[in-house]
Write a protein that binds this ligand. Structure first.
Ligand code: FUB
Length: 344
């Protein structure tokens, strides 16, 4: 639901229709990445704050400075806030805007993957390591070599390989990398360098991670999202094309790549046969929420599948003050996912 329409929202009525409530109300939280570690659900969200930055289409108002980690023994149970897991002051290479993170585990160590702007104003992706799922995480001195843009999501495949999916257009800067180097021209424009409507849409990227999960093991490759005819989605197909918020999960042997369509506010998914794709567009998981952004993760816990998402209902529509929510998702027999309406 775009911000311009919030004046007309009766929040009391909307919240009474919401399919789920914020999991915490003492902080604003967003962009939840959920994983099951040690039989608990761990949620790695952005920590939204009001830093006084004006709203713009580059997302300058998303001026987050740290991450908290949350855990739950059951989906309906208490949510534990483990406190600050990483602060930007401790990350040498990062200046500002700690956006959507993810985490994963390997050989008893936990890795927090996060985007932030470096001192040249370029989004890079960093890694921080801990012995515990909730940190504190010790950041690497430099960002991942060759990393760019935002919204890392790290998927562990059944063979023990880890892949990072990432990218985001507009404020996420993906369009500035079309020639392989950062294009700093027209710094105020979120849409400069986007393809024309009748050209293929910009694609997210995937890279296999090194064994220590600290670097890319290969040059990032584009993740193709195609329609039912095998054609790449077009840049003008705003209802279906990739914008940001990549996530990968596996269900019954198929790879589900899900993402936000940004300016049309859907969480969509596409299905493929391997971690690199191509992925065939298959539908919507979540219809628009209150607030401009939509961002999610998908995770199985105790035999049920859940969507972790956010909306701005607690802040009464403030775009950059969001709250994490959880809803169960259901698959149809053919593997498609039933679309959720966030307010029934
Ligand atoms: O939280 C900042 C940005 O907003 C995220 O990185 C995007 O996915 C969007 O949710």
């Amino acid at each position: 639901m775009p911000e311009e329409s919030i004046d007309h929202i009766n929040f009391e009525e909307l919240n009474s229709k919401a399919i789920s409530k914020p999991i915490v109300t003492h902080l604003y939280t967003a962009d939840p990445s959920a994983h099951v570690f040690e039989n608990k659900v761990y949620i790695y969200p952005s920590h939204d704050v009001d830093a006084g930055e004006a709203f713009d289409d580059l997302g300058s108002h998303f001026a987050m400075e740290d991450y908290h980690v949350f855990s739950m023994d059951s989906i309906e149970g208490n949510v534990k806030d483990h406190g600050i897991a990483l602060h930007i002051d401790d990350v040498k290479w990062a200046e500002k805007q700690m956006w959507a993170p993810d985490a994963n585990e390997k050989d008893g160590k936990y890795y927090l993957f996060f985007p932030a702007k470096d001192y040249e104003g370029i989004f890079r992706i960093g890694v921080a390591v801990s012995d515990l799922p909730y940190g504190p995480f010790i950041p690497q001195p430099n960002s991942i070599h060759g990393s760019f843009s935002i919204d890392p999501a790290v998927f562990k495949d059944d063979d023990g390989s880890y892949y990072m999916y990432f990218g985001g257009i507009w404020g996420g800067q993906l369009q500035r990398w079309r020639k392989g180097v950062f294009n700093a021209d027209h710094p105020e424009s979120p849409t400069a360098f986007l393809p024309e409507d009748n050209e293929p849409a910009l694609l997210p990227f995937v890279a296999k991670m090194t064994d220590d999960l600290l670097q890319f093991d290969e040059s990032p490759k584009e993740v193709e999202i195609v329609d039912e005819n095998g054609d790449l989605l077009l840049a003008g197909d705003n209802d279906r094309r990739f914008f940001e918020a990549a996530w990968l999960h596996k269900y019954k042997g198929k790879y589900y790549f899900s993402y936000s369509t940004g300016d049309t506010h859907f969480i969509c998914y596409a299905i493929g046969n391997n971690p690199y794709g191509p992925f065939t567009y298959s539908g919507r998981i979540l219809n628009p929420v209150v607030g401009w952004t939509s961002h999610h993760s998908i995770c199985e816990f105790k035999g049920k599948w859940y969507l972790f998402y956010h909306d701005s209902s607690l802040s009464k529509g403030v775009t950059h003050l969001r709250s994490v929510k959880i809803a169960e998702i259901k698959y149809n027999e053919d593997g498609t996912i039933q679309t959720l309406n966030p307010y029934n």
